[in-house]
Ligand binder design. Structure first.
Ligand code: PEP
Ligand code: MG
Length: 573
């Protein structure tokens, strides 16, 4: 039995025979082109471009059908690559200048860009090179008149093992017999990982040499929770994982009965249990889950994967649809938190080439530089507030001045809308995300200016512990149970409650049932959970007692190490 550790890219467990797909070797030869044939060669390349564009249109239809609009934007990104000067100009220039065949000119151009990508420190951008290869490969196959390998042709259930899986291949996995996949390359933030999660296909990536170590037909266990692949597991291991699988299925079924029940502890402490919404496609699911509201509506999706700024009408329509669907339950719309790893291409003078993007021009800092953008979003939110119960929340707040500036802008937006005769609700509660230590430590100064706060544990932990949340080299230091984090959270909740302000939590910590006792003990008022974990978290809340956990927090804030905090929590179960 061999165990290989990688990066957990999409949760779930699959057990089955491995199917190893050899890297599709495309050998590109250099062929000299006679001077009088050069024009024809350029034309041949243009035809391949058109054929690739048609491929993308077809792929888009498929994505729209299978995954919805949000993911179809991936195809837009591929279209942009196809329009890049690398493809539209450089390749033709090489054909003409070097008098070489189109295949060779293209592969040389791709190699050059690959070398540039490889030098990038930012994992997110490094991973984007797979999108470039995806498009490049399509072009090459058209030039060579070859068919793209189809994974749909695999006729038996198997765990796919491959050096690298491109996003378009991943999309093709939807209606296949593939139980899960493991790759040598790839990171957690790649489109491949994101798509695998949406398709609910277990996946482990970044396994270095799994495609060489596994042979087709080997029995493998793919553990998408722990990020590992077990080759030729013994009967005991198989039995253990089969039990985990069965338990997961049974659990899913039993959780259904919790829909509509309140999130209240055994000793009667009630919590508002809400869900995070990252894209409108998930809205239907939230309604079906009967959530108490949307505690964090991430609006960044409107600003990413596009080159022009979303207008007020588009935004007002998008927000109104969400607010309407929630039918009177609260929707906390967060103004866009662009920057960090969420880089937009909307053409604003924004964060480019920052050495430390997470500490850079991000969230409210960026919007206070671009007041026009900020005001447009505030106006759209004000207009959507007519449709139900809306609150607005500002991300990445580090000083009181930012809140005051935002309020001033909000007043301006109100005055403008009124002057233009556009309807909106006067009352709009304003809150801040507490996700930067300065806001947490100095919270009493912020509270007179806001109606509520929501703790963004993802960033608060990152900034408190100085651990980049997407850097795989320091993930072991990213620790929600660090006593400093617990102490900070406790102080935030106490300070806000003393001033009569309610506290929500919307980071991933709410979606980890092991961390829920901590949040219950801290006595937060609301938790906003990722939809996949919503019912599981409700189950956890309903199984706990608030009073003993409150006493546990008093001990946890005096622990010297996170292991002690963990032990306390385990003992409390
Ligand atoms: C957070 O930081 O905890 C949070 C919810 O915001 P995001 O993950 O969008 O940065
Ligand atoms: Mg955040």
């Amino acid at each position: 039995m061999i165990v290989i550790k990688g990066i957990a890219a999409s949760p779930g467990i699959s057990i089955g025979k491995a199917y190893v797909v050899e890297d599709e070797d495309i050998v590109v030869e250099r062929v000299e082109i006679a001077r009088d044939r050069v024009k024809e060669e350029v034309r041949r390349f243009k035809h391949a471009q058109k054929a690739t564009l048609r491929d993308l249109d077809a792929a888009e239809q498929k994505v729209l059908k299978v995954l919805g609009k949000q993911h179809a934007k991936l195809i837009d990104a591929h279209r942009l690559i196809l329009k890049d000067t690398l493809i539209t100009q450089d390749v033709s220039k090489r054909i003409v200048g070097e008098r070489v065949n189109a295949e060779f000119a293209l592969s040389e151009a791709l190699d050059q860009v690959n070398r540039q990508f490889e030098k990038m420190d930012d994992e997110f951008f490094r991973e984007r090179r797979h999108d470039l290869f995806d498009v490049g490969k399509r072009l090459l196959l058209h030039l060579m008149k070859r068919q793209k390998r189809s994974l749909a042709e695999i006729e038996h259930e198997c765990v796919l093992i491959v050096r690298n899986l491109l996003p378009s291949d991943t999309l093709g996995l939807k209606d296949t017999k593939i139980l899960g996949f493991a790759t040598d390359l790839g990171g957690k933030t790649s489109h491949t990982a994101i798509l695998a999660q949406s398709l609910e296909i277990p996946a482990v990536v970044g396994l270095s040499d799994v495609s060489r170590r596994v042979k087709t037909g080997d029995l493998v266990v793919l553990d998408g929770e722990q990020g590992m692949v077990i080759i030729n597991p013994g009967p005991e291991t198989i039995a253990k994982y089969e039990k985990v699988q069965q338990r997961a299925v049974a659990e899913e079924r039993s959780l259904e009965s919790l829909k509509g029940l309140p999130a209240v502890t055994q000793d009667g402490r009630a919590f508002r249990l809400e869900a995070n919404l990252d894209s409108p496609e998930e809205l239907k699911n939230l309604v079906a889950l009967q959530v108490d509201g949307i505690g964090l509506f991430r609006t960044e999706y409107l600003f990413l994967n596009r080159t022009e700024v979303p207008g007020e009408e588009e935004q007002a329509k998008a927000y109104s649809a969400v607010v309407k669907a929630m039918d009177g339950r609260e929707v906390i719309i967060r103004t866009a938190d662009i920057g960090g790893d969420r880089l937009s291409h909307i053409g604003i003078d924004g964060p480019k080439n920052e050495t430390n993007p997470f500490m850079g021009l991000r969230g409210v800092r960026l919007f206070l530089r671009h007041l026009d953008l900020f005001k447009t979003q505030l106006r759209a939110i004000l207009r959507a507030s007519l449709k139900g119960k809306v609150r607005v929340m500002i991300p990445m707040v580090s000083s009181v001045g930012e809140v005051i500036a935002t309020k001033k802008l909000l007043d301006q937006a109100r005055a403008e809308l009124a002057a233009e005769g556009l309807a909106f609700k006067e009352e709009l509660e304003l809150g801040i995300m507490v996700e930067i230590p300065s806001a947490a430590i100095h919270l009493d100064a912020f509270l007179p200016h806001v109606d509520f706060i929501s703790i963004g544990t993802n960033d608060l932990i990152q900034y408190t512990l100085a651990v980049d949340r997407i850097n795989e080299h320091v993930t072991h230091l990213y620790d929600p149970y660090h006593p400093a984090v617990v102490r900070l959270l406790d102080s935030v909740v106490q300070t806000a409650h003393k001033r009569g302000k309610w506290v929500g939590v919307c980071g991933e910590m709410t979606s980890d049932p092991r961390a829920v006792p901590l949040l219950v003990g801290l006595g937060v008022d609301a938790m906003s959970v990722s939809p996949r974990m919503f019912l599981r978290v409700k189950q956890a809340v309903r199984s706990l007692k608030h009073e003993p956990l409150k006493r546990l927090i008093a001990k946890a804030v005096n622990c010297s190490e996170s292991d002690e905090v963990r032990r306390l929590l385990e003992q409390s179960q």
